[in-house]
Design a protein around this ligand. Sequence first.
Ligand code: UD1
Length: 434
Amino acid sequence: MDQYVIKGGCPLQGEVVISGAKNAALGILAAAIMTDETVIIDNLPDVNDINVLLQAIEEIGAIVERVDRHTVKINGSQITGMSIDYEFIKKIRASYYLLGALLGKYRKAQVALPGGCNIGSRPIDQHIKGFRALGAQVKIEQGMIDTKAEKLVGSHIYMDVVSVGATINVMMAASLAEGKTIIENAAKEPHIVDVANFLNSMGANIKGAGTDVIRIKGVPSLHGTEYSIIPDQIEAGTFMVAAAATKGDVLIKNVIPKHLEAISAKLVEIGAKVVEYDDAVRVIGAKERLGSTHVKTLPYPGFPTDMQPQIATLLALSEGTSIVTESIFENRFKYVAELNRMGASITVEGNSAVIDGVEGFTGASVSAPDLRAGAALVVAGLVAEGYTIVDQIQYIERGYEAFEDKMNGLGAKMKKVPVDDEKELQKFMLQVIG
Ligand code: UD1
């Protein structure tokens, strides 16, 4: 087990390059097994979630070849296993994308039913509703979702809630169904569009991804392709917030500025400067404290729930009272108690956090409760006076590639050290002081 030790107080300066989008990559890797031909995927982020999904894909018989750190070749012609164990689902919920992929290609699949997780109960009823609408039988027995179909037939599906996962899962299965499928009230996140573009590059016929009505004409089979994954909107947003929080000046490269608009707009509203380029954004923090605002998380193009802990951390340092309302997940304020231990003044009332901005944080030992909240605590540590130790960083490593290297490249003082390795900890502290 490792932890991050951070010496706060350094404004982030310089350039950082954003990795490929984890959440797009998860859908794309699952979809890659839907053809018997070889697929080459590039700009893959080197993060734990991706490596676990690649293992799950290998386990069922796909051939996975790492060409380099960010490129993988996948061939799904030798797949024999139709079942994904709880071992994988427990580590990474998105292994359930193999349901849609296997059901589409082989007309059968078994995947362990995911439970809730640290941020909410996360039911998957809309995925199941979609598969059933396509003609699949779906049973839940002994902790497994068991689905099979004589044939899959296109259908008109209205999603009761806007769900990224259900939209991707149903889109995959419908790509190889007979006839036309219409998904209404579909999610519009950038990674939905990326998975649709990837499937189209394999010969699928998907139109409307990125709007709330997706139209899919089923095709008999898919073929090989080469594809490059879009940049990670949330990694980029995290660096944007870190730049503003540390009163820094950072050029964040390899991004699609359009995907960052909700984040940019909030930063500008509270007084930071954001300059957009074709494939980069520069965030310049203000010398004085930023202002307060209200933020409500919403499906894309609204403010992303995956940026909620980071923006709340920034607002905790801003002047005045801000309110952050979480409307997607029911349990996404676990980090608040940790942030308050660093000097923040936040009260959670129902699904809102009422934030009274403070002038600064002080370093403390804190625990990452989940992936994005963990990243927010790191941002807090970069600002705090003195040393901050963030443990449970396995959550952070699920979704941030080389987080400490990228931060240190911008002038942060941050190191990953094994928990209980007092010597390493002291060494870092001495180095930093020296
Ligand atoms: C995806 C992202 C996650 C992000 C979330 C919301 C991936 C791998 N993960 O998660 O990082 O926080 O989108 O942007 O892409 N719901 C139902 N029934 C369903 C499905 C969802 O009620 O069948 C509810 C969920 O409990 C939640 C809401 O719908 O309240 C949105 O969930 P969803 O968009 O499905 O999130 P994920 O795909 O799990």
